[in-house]
Design a protein. Structure first.
Length: 285
């Protein structure tokens, strides 16, 4: 998976070829009748409204997915608390009680982190760009997926460069991107595998980047150009965790990263794995 890999694809705003038109059609297109002009303007407005509605629906769907993931995770933490509380009641010696209490404290702190992540997502609907700590964002997101990663025996290694600068970003939106990438990676691995999540300053001094790399099935070179298209999916539907299959994940990721004036890049080798890199502009120091 080197940057020379032919399967690598950099998605950037490249000018699209324009279909050729005859002079007659060009003339007609240049001077539409007044009624055509107004209905064209109405159509453009309607498309704009539909796009805004779609974005809102995607945000709500992702909040719903996040909430359901967090509810499972929260339930898991509650079970830990209940079990250690029982252990503390049964065993009255100091050592057992200390152990039970420290486990209860640890689990309660995790529960508080889970709820605060969800509340922050639900509360913060603004799309405002602000200096955002990507390491903290990755850590919060990993808390939500810990149970799922354990369930599918995916070990996640994180690598956070110490000198990483904050990104200029809307935290909620970047968290949606991370969730999409991490769930895709987990699904590509299937059962048992490895994932790396790296946060570092990019080679380009204007950017900071997050890499999500997996040891999953990889993406065939002929499929790579399609993966960012809306509704492109190779999944037959949601998996047994109820996730994946609509084909909107990566197109939403690209839209969000583009809106940040960032870049999303994928490198993949079939049978070896896939790495997605998102680059976001650094916040001014
Ligand atoms: N890490 C990955 N490894 C292998 N294939 C991937 C990976 N990430 C994405 N893909 C491929 O790209 C396709 C599109 O991904 P995308 O996230 O847009 O949709 P999806 O995961 O199928 O559905 P959803 O909208 O629910 O996320 C996937 O169906 C899969 O074929
Ligand atoms: Mg997906």
């Amino acid at each position: 998976m080197s940057s020379e890999d032919p399967a690598e694809k950099m998605t950037q705003s490249t000018p699209q070829p324009v279909a050729s038109i005859t002079p007659h059609r060009l003339h007609a297109a240049a001077k539409p009748p007044a009624s055509a002009q107004s209905s064209e303007a109405e159509l453009v407005e309607q498309i704009g409204q539909l796009k805004a509605q779609l974005r809102q629906n995607q945000a709500m769907a992702s909040l719903g997915e996040l909430t359901s993931t967090a509810t499972h995770e929260f339930n898991n933490v509650l079970m830990t608390i209940i079990n250690y509380a029982r252990l503390g009641i049964r065993n009255r010696d100091d050592a057992s009680r200390d152990k039970a209490l420290s486990k209860i404290l640890e689990a309660s702190e995790r529960a508080a982190r889970i709820t605060s992540t969800i509340l922050a997502q639900a509360r913060n609907r603004s799309d405002s760009m602000e200096p955002t700590d990507l390491v903290a964002l990755v850590k919060d997101t990993m808390v939500l997926l810990e149970r799922e990663m354990n369930k599918y025996r995916v070990s996640v290694c994180t690598e956070f460069a110490e000198d990483t600068v904050k990104a200029m970003a809307a935290g909620n939106q970047i968290q949606r991107v991370l969730l999409n990438l991490l769930i895709n990676a987990r699904q590509a691995i299937g059962e048992a595998g490895q994932m790396f999540v790296i946060v570092r300053n990019s080679d380009d001094p204007a950017f900071v980047e997050v890499v999500v790399r997996d040891s999953g099935c990889g993406i065939p070179a002929e499929t790579l150009p399609q993966i960012f298209e809306p509704f492109f999916s190779t999944k037959s539907g949601p998996d047994d965790s109820g996730k994946g299959g609509t084909g909107l994940g990566l197109s939403a990721c690209k839209e969000i990263v583009d809106a940040h004036k960032g870049k999303i890049r994928v490198e993949s080798s079939v049978g070896v794995g896939t790495a997605f890199t998102i680059r976001l502009p650094k916040a001014p120091c």
